[in-house]
Design a protein. Structure first.
Length: 201
């Protein structure tokens, strides 16, 4: 059995506590139970250094300085700071007219667990999105179910529903294949997302 980077392991333990505290919906809890159970088996570690995009230099520190008021979220942010230098921040390359004009330079995604992440694996994806103020992420969908944990202000949409604001510590569940989107407000948006690609039946 392969070993896991200590900083990454500490982050994942903090993520498990934080997601577990704030994900209330039964389907989200079921998904997360499967997700973190599978994480007990480490994946293949990725070698190499991380890389940032300009939006990170301008907005990441601001996003990470938000007052969470919850010990579990404070610890999650601190543990994230320990792995962030190793992450490869990337732009989404597929988008349509639903994205705002400033989307390309106003966002960055980083995979922590999954393709291109600190651990390469296909069954689980754990990542993070950062957006500059007043950026609208395009409508998108994917086969795996997904649980979000939001650490900033921001607005989200599922299907044709109204936009909603989870708030700091807000969590919600996306059923497989649902169209969804997000947009930042006057402050940077920062959110983690966990996708269980091999959904248990």
């Amino acid at each position: 059995m392969s070993s896991r980077n200590e900083s990454l392991q500490h982050f994942l333990e903090a993520a498990s506590r934080a997601f577990g505290q704030f994900a209330k919906a039964p389907e989200a809890r079921r998904s997360l139970d499967g997700f973190f159970a599978a994480l007990e088996r480490p994946g293949t570690a990725r070698a190499g250094e991380g890389s940032r995009l300009p939006v990170c230099a301008h907005h990441l520190d601001v996003a990470l300085s938000a007052d969470t008021s919850y010990g579990s979220l404070t610890q999650l942010i601190e543990r994230f700071k320990g792995i962030e230098p190793m992450l490869e921040w990337r732009r989404r390359t597929k988008y349509d007219h639903t994205a705002s004009d400033n989307f390309v330079d106003g966002h960055a995604n980083a995979m922590i667990i999954g393709p291109g992440g600190l651990e390469e694996r296909n069954d689980l994806w754990l990542g993070v999105t950062l957006m500059a103020p007043h950026v609208r992420y395009p409508d998108h969908d994917h086969a795996p179910e997904e649980v979000y944990l939001v650490l900033s202000k921001g607005e989200f949409q599922q299907g044709e529903g109204d936009w909603f604001s989870p708030g700091i510590g807000g969590s919600f569940y996306n059923i497989p294949g649902i169209k969804h989107a997000m947009r930042s407000v006057e402050t940077p948006l920062f959110a983690f997302w966990a996708l269980l690609a091999d959904r248990p039946h």
